[in-house]
Design a protein. Sequence first.
Length: 152
Amino acid sequence: MSLQTKIEARLSEALKSKDKETYSTLRLVVAAIKDAIIAKKIKDKNTLPDADLTSLLKKMVKQRNDSCEAYKKAGRDELLAVETKEIEIISSFLPKQLNYEETRKICEDTIKSVGASSIKDMGKVMGQLKKASNSDSLDFSKVSNIIKEILK
C-alpha cells in the first residue's frame, strides 16, 4: 500500500469518526499532494511517488516547526497547540527517526571510517553519511550539529 493511499484511508477514517483535527490536517496534506502532482506534471495524475511524498511531508513538518518557534516567542499557546498536533499527525506517516544516541553513534563511526580530524572534513563525513545510510531515518540538521560537536 502506497503512502498516499494510507493518508487517504486515514482521512476517510477521520471524516467518518468526525475527528476534526485529524481530517483538517490530512486535507491540507492531500491538497499539497495534488499541488505536487500538478507541479511535477506526473503522467499518472492520481499518485505521487513515496520518495517525493516523504520529502513533501518533511517540508510540511519543518514549516510547522518554524511556526511553533514563532508562536512560542509571541506567547500564542493556543496556536502552538494546533501546530504541535498537526506535526504529530503528519509525522505519523514519516519513517521513524533515529534518536540522538543512535545518530551520534553513526556519526562517530563514519568520522572514524573517513579519517576526519577537523571541521574541514565535515563535507566528507556528510557525503559518506548520505551515501551509506538511509537518509529517511537520519535528520541531517541534527547530524550536522553532532559532527560539528565531535570535530571541534
